[in-house]
Design a protein around this ligand. Sequence first.
Ligand code: ADP
Length: 448
Amino acid sequence: MFGKVLIANRGEIALRIHRACREMGIRTVAVHSTADADAMHVRLADEAICIGPPSATDSYLNIPAIISAAEIAQADAIHPGYGFLSENARFAEIVEKHKIVWIGPDPEHIRKMGDKVEAKRTAAALGLPLVPGSDGPVNTPEEAIAVANEIGYPVLVKAASGGGGRGMKVIPDAASLPSLMAQAKAEAKAAFGDDTVYIEKYLNEPRHIEFQVFGDGKGGAIHLGERDCSLQRRHQKVLEEAPSPALNGDQRAEMGEIVRQAVAKLKYRGAGTMEFLYEDGKFYFIEMNTRLQVEHPVTEAVTGIDLVREQIRVAAGLPLSVTQEQVRFEGHAIECRINAEDPLTFAPSPGRVTDFHAPGGLHVRVDSALYDGYRIPPYYDSLIAKLIVYGSTRNEALMRLRRALEEFVIHGPKTTIPLQQAIIEAPEFIDGEYSIKWLERWLASRAA
Ligand code: ADP
């Protein structure tokens, strides 16, 4: 096992990884920007190395600085967390070239799945069902119109290098296609430096259901069930739960097995997530994320498996600690993402935390790097805490979530706690009857 792991990230996920390392007897190296000198991940790690100024480009995305830090600290391995360099195949290759273990999938798999057009081709070859759409990129509006005529409007134009919902436009008809496609291309170019786009049928009221998978890199694979991430604003997840209120045990086992076989065939290594849209009883693959997800704790809650520990084990060449037959799904878990944002306008709200109290009690987990007096820097993602609750039933989890949100004190910045409190009182949410469109509609009706 590794003696020392460098954590190439910040915030709650850096703490999450630190905790897993600690429990495995592994020492940790934190890296940080000058803006994060007082951050909790820096305070808790065994060693900390400053890698640059506040801007992420110059620090958390600064490959030479991170590699130098790993060499100076003599780290055996690097865990990238999520975001930042976690899905950067070139970084993974550079790490490996420096004889440092990359706690993540084979760089080839990262590259393949990072290009969504290539990912869809791979998924199709593995026998996964796809959303109907163009077979590869579309270059001209004429080409796009030909595809749209075949699959029917509305269609969605999506960026091949996309992420975070950027470079994505819904196209209602042929007349608006050329201008919307040009907008999507411009947005993709600006965000990803790549204006390749493709077309998909725009599904009406799907749910977003994703499967957590793990591979040992040698053809062994397991699935850890699904997460329902349909509660989204601007294609960004707001609240996640496991299991999905829309699936029963048979459907989970059936789809889980299809996904597991695909991952085994790929000889995939480490943690991954296969994302699907689910409508009228059918699954449609949209993408695979080759990293740990923000919402991984709901899976941990219902399976009892520490996903970061599994990642580290697999990277160290150990087998997965459970077989598929040993995986048990029990109870229900819900995660609320808490952002430092105005709960009505969603404007970022960084600044000093003047009072902080995390809820506790049975089956309540808070993943956060906040503390009293901490100053939330304005340079990074606005996620400041994740509240995860578990209950033996969905209803029990909901009652517990209501109680835990009430208990949560974060003073200073504005947070989305009041928004989460309102969402969980909505009858559609309580009934589990919501698609990916529901939250936006509900927000609009509230604002009116
Ligand atoms: P990104 O990588 O930018 O997050 P995804 O392909 O994962 O993009 O899609 C993000 C979200 O956009 C999905 O969870 C879903 O809400 C919506 N979406 C994506 N594809 C479709 C589609 N074909 N029809 C309807 N909604 C879609």
